[in-house]
Design a binder for this molecule. Sequence first.
Ligand SMILES: [Fe+2]
Length: 310
Amino acid sequence: MAMRGLLRLGEVALRVLDMKAALEHYDKRMGLEVTLTGDDGRVYLKAWDEHDHHCLVLREADTPGLDHVAFKVSDDAVLDEMAVRVRDFGLPVKHIAAGAMPKSGRRIEFTLPSGQRMQLYAHKEQIGNHLPLLNPGVLPDEGVIRGFRINRLDHALLGGPNIDESARLFQEVFGFDMSERLIDADSKASLALFLSCSIKPHDIAFVLQPEPGRFHHVSFLLESTYDVIHAADMIGKYRIPVDVGPNRHGVTRGATIYFFDPSGNRNEVFSGGYVHYPDTPTLTWDTSELGKATFSQDNTPRESFLTVLT
Ligand SMILES: [Fe+2]
């Protein structure tokens, strides 16, 4: 695919209540790799099969939740073009100089209609995935793939009001497709919207919530459905609080398990899902089949899944 524009969700920045406990979770249990601890105490982590320096940023704070999401764009020209288009959409755009954020080129930042801070960047230092670029092979050295065996950051689900407006920004300005949506069976109002800039069923999603800027979950890709079961075994062994799972989503068809970090931020690891092409029609679910849409193996919606956000 000749991809230009927004390439992927490249970074999620979370607030955690206790950094030591957070690293026990994200590094030791989930198996993400710490690549930098900043002078300000922020910790930067990556999954093994990512080339960029980090995909997760943790900051110790008094409340959990989301600092920002950041998408990587294909080049500097796109970054400049998006700065104009986001401003024309009606959102103030802040410019962040190269190097102001570790290992990162210049960025633009704006606040989504649903209340989250979002950034775009074209460059982040690439440190590799532990495999050589010439004759790379398929497996890094033993010990590199550990914990939940996470391949990479995949997507995030954000909560807030005005989700139709956030989706319109992603569709009209960033060129995403709406792959799926969940609507109220009676009013037809949007309750959850799933958007793709790739062949994945979603790269970002929004769920309707009264409070702006809320964080539902960050999701990481595993190699196989068996790896979801392996993660579930580790979650049980180390008594990590489970929200839902293992199960399979109706929306996106991913095999999934949801759990919480020690600060209450929801995490997901998943595998699978269908291939989304730009001409794939939008799939619609309504609340008459909320269980089937969310957790298709028992067709049962979970109260906590719909109401607990940070
Ligand atoms: Fe997810």
